[in-house]
Design a protein around this ligand. Structure first.
Ligand SMILES: Cc1cc2nc3c(=O)[nH]c(=O)nc-3n(C[C@H](O)[C@H](O)[C@H](O)COP(=O)(O)O)c2cc1C
Ligand code: SF4
Length: 641
């Protein structure tokens, strides 16, 4: 993709890294090595522009929960400058996204103070009742934004982006949903624009006309009573007229939650927004929303004039080399983002940003992938996500790896997850990545191969790694002989199933099976003993999938305990009442347990092999745990020898 010039800022290509909160800053917001190396890794791999996460302009009442990067004081300049210099070394540009959280925060994050907002309207999804800002607080906040922009300039950043999206303070002023003021800061469209306009003017006073100013806006809010697309487009024109140099267009807030397209959503879900904004303004426009999963969509968006740049977010967490792979036309090597939102789940539950398929995320500063000094020959038994991650990592470290897999396919549960159409692109993308890496690294893959001691002897390995994974358990209930295993039915394409199916268990596999059967037009009920389904998934994905299930007319019977399976029916108990549901098939999707390896271990130990076992215990059946386990175990290989 060609270079582009934005108010004097020359970007080498059209790929920018979307702002993403990492929690990699220190507790009080200082830049850390962890943060720097995370960005350097992406800068080295051909990202044109990096947009730093929601960067705090006011610590007391303006910061998002946790520890965002801070820019509210000059004492942060040295760290910020170090970050800028490090990224510049690799030809990428970097701007911070300056941010005030507004009402989407709880008071306990603000030392007991109330959140600030234009009006006292509480967020339905996360935040205490805010205090309506006084005129003085509004003016102070405008000043704080402008001071932060000036600090960004002093730190050497290539520009600055205002976070005017996702339901945070700046958006709260433009939105009629959250701005109920009757003074000059609310009411008419012009008055609701005033806060953003005054911030832009103040910034221009402090940084001059030449410093590139980006603005991230949710062009449409999609909440009842919120900003309509029509007003969003008018707003975009106002921002341009006030001297914004580039519009970074996104969607919604944390109530509408469409700004993270997830499994089942179209891969160009938000493109209509940048396209609409581009028709209204002359300045460059950035698009976002899963655009790196099928890179041809991103390329076409730019080619067809629907956007000038594309923001890649989660796709660059899953694969830091994405931009380089696109540039070098190595699409088969891309480690596909699963749109599972374990990443947002990890920061929302107080942890560092982490990724289900990229366990190296956040550890770039440790430079872990050093070649071994003592290469070994390794046989890995099992080609599920743990075994594959182990094999790929060990091979990259310089070991010679052979995989023995009893099935005629790789991926284990990843393969099963790739079968329903609604998430096929993500999971088959990951399977393709595994296959490509196996070939590229020269890993010796043996499918349909039982790992007997005799077989293993053929390779005379120094070490045998057991990564046999987990197996689905059957619900232990009266009549369980009539039950079939859901994941097995997924894998055999639903062979022999009738029209009316009960899936017992509303976990990930239960949902996948139900979705797969709906795709085949079967009538499906999910029977779940808990109050809700999808509980073990990341919070955002589970909220999303509950809706997907509903939209697909899958009936969910929660708080229903299965008492008995009969031939042609399931007996349930709900609130003390028994009921019987007639169905052609009852499928069990109630979880997994580690496959027992004691006998195999004994046989191999008796044959004199060194054994290492990748058992994940409670996390079995979970791709993030399996992948982490494979990765870290391979790194510890030298220590274990
Ligand atoms: C872990 C995570 C943190 C995020 N933090 C921010 C943020 O600080 N500021 C922001 O404007 N958007 C944030 N986003 C939204 C992304 O910038 C992006 O709009 C969204 O992930 C959709 O793009 P994608 O499909 O390419 O991931 C975050 C997204 C993720 C996944
Ligand atoms: S955790 Fe899931 S959604 Fe997030 S970047 Fe990784 S694969 Fe993508």
């Amino acid at each position: 993709m060609q270079s582009i010039n934005i108010n004097g800022l020359r970007l080498k290509n059209r790929i920018s890294m979307a702002p993403m909160y990492t929690k990699y800053a220190s507790e009080s917001g200082e830049v850390t090595d962890k943060l720097i190396e995370y960005f350097v890794r992406r800068a080295k791999s051909e990202v044109g522009l990096i947009i730093l996460e929601n960067t705090c302009i006011e610590w007391e009442q303006g910061r998002i929960y946790g520890n965002p990067v801070a820019i509210h004081d000059d004492r942060f300049l040295p760290g910020l400058n170090e970050l800028v210099k490090s990224v510049h070394r690799y030809g990428a540009k970097i701007i911070p996204e300056i941010h005030h959280v507004g009402r989407q925060v709880f008071s306990d994050n603000l030392n007991g103070k109330p959140p600030l907002a234009p009006s006292a309207v509480r967020s339905e999804v996360g935040g205490d009742m805010p205090k309506a800002m006084s005129e003085e607080e509004i003016l102070e906040t405008i000043e704080a934004f402008a001071d932060a922009a000036l600090r960004a300039k002093k730190a050497g950043f290539d520009g600055v982006e205002l976070h005017g999206a996702h339901g945070y303070l700046i958006q709260e002023f433009i939105s009629p949903l959250t701005n109920r003021r009757e003074d000059k800061w609310g009411g008419s469209f012009k008055n609701r624009c005033r806060f953003a306009v005054e911030i832009i003017r103040k910034i221009r006073q402090k940084v001059g006309r030449d410093f590139p100013l980006f603005f991230r806006l949710s062009a449409e809010e999609a909440s009842k009573g919120g900003l309509s697309l029509e007003e969003g487009l008018k707003y975009a024109k106002v921002l341009e007229a006030e001297g914004v140099d580039c519009l970074d267009v996104t969607h919604g807030n944390y109530e509408s939650l469409k700004h993270f397209p997830m499994q089942g959503d179209p891969f160009d879900q938000l493109l209509y927004l940048s396209e609409a904004v581009k028709k209204e303004v002359e300045i460059p426009v950035i698009a976002v929303g899963s655009l790196g999963i099928k890179p041809e969509i991103a390329e076409n968006a730019v080619r067809e004039g629907k956007a000038d740049l594309v923001n890649f977010g989660r796709e660059l967490l899953a694969d830091p080399d994405l931009a380089k792979k696109i540039k070098n036309d190595k699409l088969e090597e891309i480690r596909t983002c699963l749109r599972c939102n374990e990443c947002t789940g990890s920061i929302d539950t107080g942890k560092y940003l982490a990724c289900a398929v990229n366990p190296e995320l956040g550890y770039e500063y440790k430079n872990l992938m050093k070649k071994t000094q003592s290469p070994k020959s390794i046989v890995v038994v099992g080609a599920g996500p743990a075994g594959l991650k182990y094999s790929i990592t060990a091979s990259k470290l310089g070991h010679k790896v052979t995989i023995l897999e009893k099935n005629d396919y790789i991926g284990g549960l990843v393969k099963a997850a790739s079968i329903p159409e609604y998430k096929n692109v993500e999971f088959s993308g990951l399977l393709n990545y595994y296959s490509t890496m196996i070939k590229r690294l020269g890993i010796n893959l043996n499918l349909s191969t039982e790992a007997t001691a005799e077989k293993i002897d053929e390779y005379a390995p120094d070490i045998v790694v057991l990564a046999v994974g987990s197996k689905a358990v059957k619900l232990p209930v009266k009549g369980s002989e009539y039950l079939e295993i859901a994941v097995e039915k997924l894998l055999d394409n639903g062979k022999g199933l009738g029209e009316d199916i009960c899936v017992i268990g509303g976990s990930g596999v239960g949902l996948d099976t139900a979705m797969f059967l709906r795709e085949k037009n079967k009538n499906v009920k999910i029977l779940e003993m808990k109050d809700s389904i999808a509980e073990e998934l990341s919070p955002m994905l589970s909220t999303h999938l509950r809706k997907v299930v509903k939209d697909n007319k899958i009936e969910v019977l929660s708080s229903h305990l299965v008492k008995e399976i009969k031939e042609g029916s399931v007996v349930l108990e709900h609130q003390g009442q028994e009921k019987e549901i007639v169905c052609d098939n009852a499928l069990s999707a109630v979880g997994f347990q580690q496959i027992k390896t004691a006998a195999m271990k004994k046989e191999l130990l008796d044959s004199g092999y060194m054994i290492y076992s990748l058992e994940v215990g409670a996390g079995c059946g979970h791709i993030m745990d399996a992948t982490r386990n494979g990765f870290w175990s391979a790194l510890e290989l030298d220590e274990n020898l």
